[in-house]
Write a protein that binds this ligand. Structure first.
Ligand code: G4P
Length: 195
């Protein structure tokens, strides 16, 4: 049986060229709140085995998912800011993230005030493709001496390398939907029991 996100992807997702899945109608532009709320509960159900005290994400599309997840844990969200914002200050952890999809590198920053060695962190994001954003966040967590407890991804593109990379580093990765392939406008999900 499909979960709420998988159903939304199959009903409303649109395959664009270059293996890009457009989910603007419920995730990346317009946000379906009951769906995101359910996704937050699904992440909570999986990751509640850990004592998580902070949910970390990257602006912009990860924030809504992170908020509903954090609400279940009763903890705050910290989101990495992109670019060199003056209002983040100099007192930041930073990493460079190359976006394969967008063809550019951005810097992501988290203020040292909001991440430290006491933190047990769940990283949540909307998409996992090559894992560049995840690597950047892992680098920031390393700089802060916080502990990464797990990675929760809404949509993993199973045909790109990010998922395998995280799993092979021993990271507890949980993706709500894994796209096996996209072909001639059709979306093929990886069957859950095979995950
Ligand atoms: P990676 O971090 O896993 O390596 O992914 P990649 O560089 O390919 O992704 C860069 C941006 O493109 C990310 O958004 C990611 O969420 C988004 N993205 C990747 N694949 C898809 C896709 O198939 N569909 C959609 N809709 N987005 C995709 P971002 O730059 O962080 O932007 P945003 O969070 O501000 O939206």
């Amino acid at each position: 049986m499909l979960n709420a996100l998988e159903s939304a992807i199959m009903e409303k997702g649109i395959v664009l060229e270059d293996h890009i899945l457009k989910v603007d109608m419920f995730l990346n532009h317009q946000i379906d709140i009951p769906l995101i709320e359910q996704m937050g509960r699904d992440f909570y159900d999986y990751f509640k085995k850990y004592e998580i005290n902070k949910v970390l994400t990257v602006e912009a599309s990860g924030i809504a998912i992170a908020c509903f997840t954090a609400r279940c844990f009763g903890v705050p969200v910290v989101f990495a800011k992109k670019g060199s914002h003056k209002n983040v200050g100099d007192n930041v952890y930073s990493a460079e993230v190359y976006s394969y999809t967008k063809g550019k590198t951005v810097q992501i920053n988290v203020s040292k005030e909001y991440l430290n060695s006491d933190d047990k962190v769940l990283f949540v994001d909307d998409f996992l493709a090559n894992g560049a954003a995840a690597n950047g966040v892992i680098e920031i967590i390393r700089q802060s001496n916080a502990q990464l407890m797990g990675v929760g991804i809404a949509i993993e593109k199973g045909f790109q390398a990010g998922g395998k990379m995280l799993l092979s580093s021993g990271i507890d990765l949980y993706s709500l939907a894994i796209i096996d392939k996209m072909e001639k406008g059709r979306i093929y999900l990886k069957r859950r029991e095979l995950c």
